[in-house]
Design a protein. Structure first.
Length: 730
């Protein structure tokens, strides 16, 4: 009997089995678990209605179908009828038929499940419903995860021929998938997709998920074929059975091909860099401080202050269909000492250097391909000329940062572009205080670009290629580009011009959340409290970005926020006194007064985030009253800080030395976040109590006028006339 006939027979048998219908019912209810899993909190409606059920269903279905698969494969061995069966049919074919039949049954049950949940999803999502994302969730996330579980568990069982050991080994792989958050290829059941975007597409998440599915299809098929080769024959042991099965030459050949392909696709995945892990030497003492990644990165990008970058001109063309960027940059350099000097160029790991010239002559450079914090460094020698022009042509696909679990943070797609700093224009590691960026951007005509600095202006149209060219200009160390289907709302607030960019699909939600009112109120409050922003020649830009950013950030004269800020958060309870969305928007705007980064080297004592969080608390107090601000501010700070101080590793940091590096880094990172967002604001609040609110407000205004974005902990204490121990909350 051939394999196809055996599969039909197994399917007929399953159709008459009560256990099969129980499996169908269990499969149908498993997506409900997704609504209550830890992954759905603080997510938008699309994540709760579409993504979470598929991921939750994938986890539960993978387990129950694994039990079913092993139970079916073990049936003939339990009943001791394999010798009788082998007189009529090959056990290799029979086991393969069983596995394929189980896979078909799982596929049918998941298909039925997707049909059952479809009407509710359409009703709940309304106009935001996306059929392609819905099908992607069930047939790229859920179904493959279950199929891989069936193939892998079947392969393991056929190798060891023990139910308990098979389940144990499968459990190890299951644990890896469920608990790994920083390596997208390791999440083989539910994938590493954390959020969906309603407005900006999901190209990066889709690309990585499809590659994940390709890798694990090859791996699961490898395990399955090896299991087939180890199928017991004529009651012989595994080695003797393997000798017999190897006579079918196509099976070992297929196994070898699958092993090679699995290795190649896993090792040479195309979407992330291969970072050099340099964290360990910066946390040797394992103190719960923040001198981790940033210190290492700062060491790698040390500026040569004897070289000054005066101007940077760039011409950049972005092909969203190919997800590629091609750029030409001219750097106008001043060599202060008129001697040969080595400088480094920081470039995105995915870009290739096509031309590198200094003063029109081809320059030699070294490229060790070492990646630190998603940056590659080129070393070249600058001639002794006082004025030099570096010409750099580069291009390629952007690679993601392997050290982060955020998907879609850096993206080139048809719906969305997000490129910051070196991802857009390579950086010369020299004094860039006087640097001015200018140039042209060419991208599809349906995307509106937003850059740091002045307002981008459309200069040309190419109707044949459906592209527009825009000019940009900004002063400072770096430039960022964000592009999408943006609508622009111009606002006047706090004596400055404000440009509010939001996706056109969010128009109704922007009105519903009263975003324009929040922007005006926040800028007016901060201006009155600290002073006017120094934006005389450029606007403050507030830009909506992809949901994967989880909140927002500030960069130069841009404050960004995730699209979730304008979407209702389903896990939040209704609150008439304000929302966390308002808090996020006000927080990111406040960064314009206190800066967008931590001063390094960082000792764990001070951060711009601390003052920003405290200032946001004061704004919410002004808008919604002391009671509301106390509840979401002071009480939360005390709760989280107390939790950190009670933790074992915070009280005994010496034990971090004996932990695996990835776990110690995770603990340190968590403590760093608590320090920045909870402990430091609490200390600032304590300073306010000691000094008095009115006097403290005057001190804050003085700090902004005097120090701008370079305020240190020492400066803060000096101006407040306080000592460190006086405001300590330890």
């Amino acid at each position: 009997m051939n394999l196809f006939a055996l599969i039909i027979n197994e399917n007929k048998k399953f159709a008459r089995s009560t256990a099969t219908y129980v499996m169908f019912l269990l499969t149908i209810v498993t997506p409900l678990w997704g609504f209550y899993s830890k992954d759905v909190y603080d997510k938008s409606k699309i994540d709760l209605i579409i993504l979470a059920p598929a991921k939750g269903g994938a986890i539960i279905c993978a387990v129950i179908w694994t039990f079913f698969t092993i139970h079916e494969l073990d049936r003939n061995y339990r009943c001791n009828i394999t010798c009788i069966i082998e007189t009529n049919v090959s056990m290799l074919k029979l086991n393969a038929a069983k596995v394929f039949a189980v896979t078909i049954a799982a596929g049918i049950s998941i298909s039925v499940t997707s049909i059952i949940y479809l009407p509710y999803s359409i009703y709940a999502m309304g106009k935001l419903f996306n059929l392609s994302l819905y099908l992607f969730s069930y047939f790229v996330i859920m179904l493959p995860g279950v199929c891989f579980s069936i193939l892998i568990s079947a392969g393991i069982y056929m190798i060891v021929k023990r139910r308990d050991l098979s389940l144990l080994l499968y459990g190890v792989l299951f644990y890896i998938s469920y608990n790994t958050i920083d390596k997208y290829l390791a999440s083989w059941i539910q994938t590493d997709i954390g959020v969906y975007s309603v407005c900006f597409g999901n190209a990066w998440a889709v690309r990585t998920a499809l590659w994940n599915r390709l890798v694990w299809f090859l791996i699961s098929m490898t395990v399955f074929i090896v299991g087939i080769l180890c199928t017991r024959r004529y009651d012989k042991n595994v080695l003797r059975s393997l000798q017999i099965n190897l006579k079918n030459l196509y099976l070992p050949c297929l196994a070898v091909i699958l092993v090679i392909m699995s290795f190649y696709t896993y090792v040479y995945e195309p979407y992330f860099d291969e970072p050099k892990n340099i964290l360990q030497k910066f946390i040797d003492d394992k103190k719960v401080k923040m001198s981790t990644v940033a210190d290492a990165y700062n060491e790698a990008i040390k500026q040569n202050n004897k070289i000054i970058v005066k101007r940077t001109k760039a011409n950049i063309v972005i092909n969203t269909k190919a997800a590629e960027l091609q750029g030409k940059a001219l750097y106008y350099i001043q060599n202060k000492i008129k001697a040969k000097q080595e400088i480094s160029v920081c470039i995105q790991p995915g870009y290739k250097v096509k031309v590198l010239k200094i003063n029109g002559k081809k320059a030699t450079y070294s490229d060790k391909s070492e990646v630190i914090e998603n940056n590659r460094f080129l070393k070249l020698m600058l001639p002794p000329d006082k004025h030099c022009i570096i010409q750099l042509e580069y291009g390629g696909k952007v690679l993601g940062d392997h050290t982060t679990d955020i998907l879609s943070a850096t993206t080139i797609s048809n719906e969305y572009i997000c490129l910051a700093g070196d991802e857009l224009i390579p950086r010369i590691n020299a004094n860039r205080d006087e640097n001015e960026f200018s140039g042209k951007l060419t991208l599809p005509s349906d995307l509106v670009p937003v850059t740091t600095g002045d307002e981008t202006k459309e200069t040309a149209k190419n109707e044949k290629e459906h592209t527009n060219t825009w000019s940009f200009h900004c002063a400072g160390e770096k430039v960022g580009l964000y592009a999408g289907d943006y609508a622009l709302k111009k606002i006047r607030a706090g004596g400055i011009n404000v440009e509010f960019y939001y996706n056109r699909a969010q128009t109704a939600n922007v009105k519903k959340t009263k975003a324009v009112h929040v922007i005006k109120a926040a800028i007016k409050y901060y201006t009155g409290m600290f002073g006017k922003l120094n934006f005389t020649n450029k606007p403050l830009k507030i830009v909506e970005l992809h949901a994967a950013l989880f909140g927002g950030f500030a960069n130069s004269n841009i404050s960004t926020c995730s699209e979730d800020v304008f979407n209702p958060i389903t896990s939040e309870s209704d609150n008439d006194e304000g929302t966390n969305n308002e808090e996020v928007l006000a927080h990111e705007i406040c960064h314009q007064w206190w800066g967008d980064s931590v001063l390094f080297p960082y000792s764990g004592e001070w951060s711009s985030e601390g003052l920003t969080v405290y200032s946001t608390y004061r704004f919410l107090q002004h808008e919604h009253g002391r009671r509301y601000a106390q509840k979401i501010g002071i009480e939360q700070w005390r709760k989280e800080n107390s939790k950190m101080e009670r933790s074992f590793y915070y009280r005994h940091p010496q034990y971090l030395n004996i932990m695996p590096q990835e776990y110690s880094e995770e603990i340190i990172s968590a403590n760093n976040m608590t320090s920045m967002y909870k402990k430091i604001p609490l200390e600032i609040y304590k300073a306010q109590q000691l000094i008095g609110k009115r006097k403290f407000d005057k001190i804050l205004a003085k700090l902004y006028r005097k120090y701008k974005l370079n305020l240190s902990f020492h400066d803060f204490l000096k101006e407040c006339r306080l000592r460190k121990e006086m405001i300590s909350v330890d």
